[in-house]
Design a protein around this ligand. Sequence first.
Ligand SMILES: [Zn+2]
Length: 410
Amino acid sequence: MNKRSIVFAITLLLALPLRAQNISAKAREIHNSAIVIDTHADTPQRFLDENYDIGSTDPKDPGHISLDKARADNLGAEFFSIWVDPETNHGHFARHTLDLIDSVYEQAARHPDRMMMAFSVADIERVHREHKLAALLGIEGGHSIENDVRLLRDFYRLGVRYMTLSWSNTNEWADSSGDIDNPKVEHHNGLTDGGKQIVLEMNRLGMLVDISHVADKTFYDAIAASKAPIIASHSSARALSNHPRNMTDDMLRAIAKNGGVVQVNFYSAFIDENYRKADEAQAKDRDAAVKTYTDQLKAAGKAVTYLDSERIEREWNAKLPRPPLSSLIDHIDHIAKVAGIDHVGLGSDFDGVSGATPQGIDSAADLPKITQALLDRGYSADDIRKILGGNLLRVFRDAERVSREMQAAK
Ligand SMILES: [Zn+2]
């Protein structure tokens, strides 16, 4: 054992009492033999607006992601979400995108011994071998490119490896599920021709096409346009929780045919129908409370950030009973049955759901509980490793191959 391995072993042992409960030796072994990949965490909002340090060891910190929490869970790679709130960043989407990208690089620069930027499958594998967290970037919402394919290419060059075609807002080339029923919003019946060209340019660059958040028609248009397998970076199953952010069984089968992967979102309203209904019932009052609070801040001349509304949402979410962990496992199970075991993974939405995660999942350190639950349901070690990250690596590798082929063909 070299010095680093000893330090690593001691760190692991110290962390054990906190998290060893109910995780069998077998589950632990499977979990630690996997490259665990989570494809969606909103932590960059904290890096930028709160000056949060991912090296934080504050036991009271309510955040889902820290280097300690990632290490406790053997988290190999995290796709940090570059999400630009369209409400508060009007006129400078791209600049705010750059600020958020910078915030992730700055964290990696601050902790070079434990965290490293990664841009490819080979990077993820290498960083994992070095027992560091591989940090990747995913843009959440096509509005970030300001209708300029050159900006898309620039973001790729800065390391962005997936882009969600839309966030909850319809942009100029892709309809969103978030406002598809709003008659005041101009829609396009899915992806415009320009939107299809953006998908092809993403294929050529080697940037994964992410269809979480898009309207159903946009999903089918993206599947038809894309030459590479696509991902849903953070979506669950609509058959179990009837939310437009979730995927229907027909969509799950289409993703399977495309060779892509659905990364299950942990958000309570997406994984548990009872919670979703309770959340919907209080949505109007909660949104009013958020507005009152943020209006007060604005009146006082303060800049309002996502974290301000998050604070109020967290209080409202805490009023609802948390769903059991089995609700989350049901979604993994359902997608594995309908789409197949090769088409399901994890896309937590950590730090983006105002505390609304199922019982037992309080941070990235709790991911081994998912491995245990899958083991309890009879999943094999190989299948569990696919879910934990193997499937995402396969899709990423395929996208890299398609990119090389398209560039060679020119
Ligand atoms: Zn999202």
